[in-house]
Each structure stands twice: as C-alpha cells, then as structure tokens.
Design a protein around this ligand. Sequence first.
Ligand code: CA
Length: 217
Amino acid sequence: MEDERPIADLVRMYLTREGFGVHVEYDGSAGLAAARKLRPVACVLDIGLPGLTGTEICQQLRAGGDWTPVLFLTARDDEIDRILGLEQGADDYLTKPFSPRELVARIKAVLRRTAGPPEGERVRQAGGIVLDPGRRSVQAGGVPVALTPTEFDLLAHLLHRPGRVYTREELLASVWGYAAHAGTRTVDVHVAQVRAKLGASGSVIRTVRGVGYTADA
Ligand code: CA
C-alpha cells in the first residue's frame, strides 16, 4: 500500500519481475480491506497513507489475529523505533528513498523466515519457555505467547544453543538474513519486544555487555 504512484509502480514492477503476484492500493482503508480479502503472503505498508496510516493497518490486522509479515516503508528515520515497537508487530522496514532491489531482498528474507524451520525440529525449553518449531508456538509459564514471525525466529535461534553468546551481527545475519549494514539496533528492539512478551520468563534472554545476547540454559 503506497499512495505515491511512482513508488508503487516501481515496487510493483520489481516484485512482478520476481514472480510475485502484486496487488496495489493507494488508500489505507482500501488497503486494509484488500489485505483481509486477499490474504497476501506479505504486506508492504507505506506509513503515510490517506485513510488509515500503515501502522494503523498493521495494528488492525494484528488485532484480528492476522500475522501476515509486514514490511513498512517510512520517510522518517525517527519513526523507526515506533514502527518496531511492541504494539505494531512489524517484521522489517525500509527508509525512503530505498532501492527496489533491497525491498525485494527484504521481502524474500521475511518469507524465508516465515516459511518456518524444517519438519521434525526439536522442541526447545528454557526458563519456563517452551518453543515448538514445528507448530511455531511459544508458551511462557504455561501461557501461550503471540510472537511475530521475526520475534519467533529470534527466540528460536537463541534457544537453539542455550549458553552460546550471539553477536548482534550474527543474529542479524541468521535471523533477518541480511548483513549488518541494516543496523544492529533492529536486533535490540526485537529482543526488547520478545522479553516484554515473555513476561517473567523474559529474563532467560541475557544481554552480554559489549557482545550480544544469550539464552540462559
Ligand atoms: Ca505516503
């Protein structure tokens, strides 16, 4: 969803070329309706839209239990923390002006993440958290926790080898699937979100000062 037609046209062109079916809406309300009706594999949401803003669309999708991967487009750097904030459920973002190739790469990365791990991966447990990769479900203290696909993959990665310390760059490469130029702050923001959602069990994810993060065994 993008109200600037030249940008929308460019995104459509690049994604179509990659074999994606693309549906464009130029207005927020129409965009939300289309997302609900068409059930896309991913949504690219401009923040500044007439009707509903991109963040309002995302909030409404999430409120309705729709966890379709969302990649935000923003014209403002200072919006990033808010976009990635707990209540928004964003999976990634790009700041305008962006390269359409980068957008394609990010969408593919988000789809790889949300495709889930191979069958038969073991259930991981630590500090009251039970993470089931096959069902993509997480419980903390016996209570189901709703994580975005990115948050899930981040937690799964940390729980894969409890005690191992992962640098932010490693997590960015493994979980997000792209190199560190994207900014390691993304990792910090997502770790904070996962911790908050896990409640008391969130302390399992420990910050290793000056290095990165680990999950306590
Ligand atoms: Ca706009």
